[in-house]
Design a binder for this molecule. Sequence first.
Ligand SMILES: CC(C)(COP(=O)(O)OP(=O)(O)OC[C@H]1O[C@@H](n2cnc3c(N)ncnc32)[C@H](O)[C@@H]1OP(=O)(O)O)[C@@H](O)C(=O)NCCC(=O)NCCS
Length: 324
Amino acid sequence: MKIRQFTSGDEEVVCRLHNEAFNERIRALGESYKFHHATVEEIGDWLETEKDNIWLADVGSSSVGYAHTRVNIEKGKKEIPTLYIVPTDWNLGESRIAVASSSQRMGVASGLLQTVLDECLRQGLLYAAALSHSDNISAKKLFESFGFSQPDVFMDPEYSEDRPLFNSSVYATLDLTKQLSNIKLNSNVRVRKARPDDINSIAEIHRRNVWWCEECSALKWTTDYISGTFGHDVLVAELNGDVVGVADLTLGSPRIGIGGVLPENRGRGIGTALLYGLLKGMKAYGIPMALADSGMTQVEAIRIYRRLGFNLEKKQYVWVKSME
Ligand SMILES: CC(C)(COP(=O)(O)OP(=O)(O)OC[C@H]1O[C@@H](n2cnc3c(N)ncnc32)[C@H](O)[C@@H]1OP(=O)(O)O)[C@@H](O)C(=O)NCCC(=O)NCCS
């Protein structure tokens, strides 16, 4: 077996390998988890930056496996150069390392991963990281056999004392064809559609909650977000007339997003009221299922999903290997 880098003309074989290996995911999870069949044109776009690479495993004259990697510089207290095996989607997907079914269990992915790790050492990177769903046993075995760990939350003080460098997530789903749980809501909280004059409050809530998303607290982005440019219906929660929480649903999609509640107003049922408002809105649109992904750091959100009867059977694991 020979491992080599992608060259122009390999788009077709990478596309075929990807679509075959992820076919079951695409069929079972589909667009809800942003899995779809790739097109040949799309493969070229994967090499988005000069930090992207596709590695191919050749046996004889056939390519039987691929891995797509990217070097990201995580900017914290210090810069942490990290190599990711790029996922199909950062929140909902799995890393793009795949082997043709006829060549699985023959060490092909191991050969690709070894090359990727050698490359990390050569470039002096600090970590290698990948993402897989918790029910993907082959991926679990593969990463474990190379000494990757699978933390819920991974801290590196060189990056930050209080923000994780990596974290796993949990997927929470709820069947919306059934009645919503009958829970008691805080009657002082009013949930309503966001208006243009909520812009500063929403930007502030995002700034203090989704700190990893810089654009989410920019005023231009927030204006577009409220007006539905990205396809969202945005709800806010008011407590005594002040906007203290924000959440959204996406038309035609099961995905829900809780932008957050201002830290000083937590623990008063505001997140629960927001989520309840979203679920009612989704039911009214006839959306049959709700899907939320929450980082394992978001313990309050996870508690609310449990309270409202969500199913939390699956996680997105982060796999981490320190190269030092
Ligand atoms: C995951 C995948 C890339 C593994 O490829 P592979 O070439 O079969 O893996 P290898 O032969 O190198 O095996 C690596 C390790 O995983 C184990 N393994 C691989 N597939 C396994 C399976 N189906 N069940 C149990 N163990 C498995 C191997 O035994 C080996 O561990 P060990 O030798 O220490 O026991 C392949 O199954 C695949 O393409 N799956 C579909 C796409 C996918 O899920 N990609 C990963 C997303 S994160």
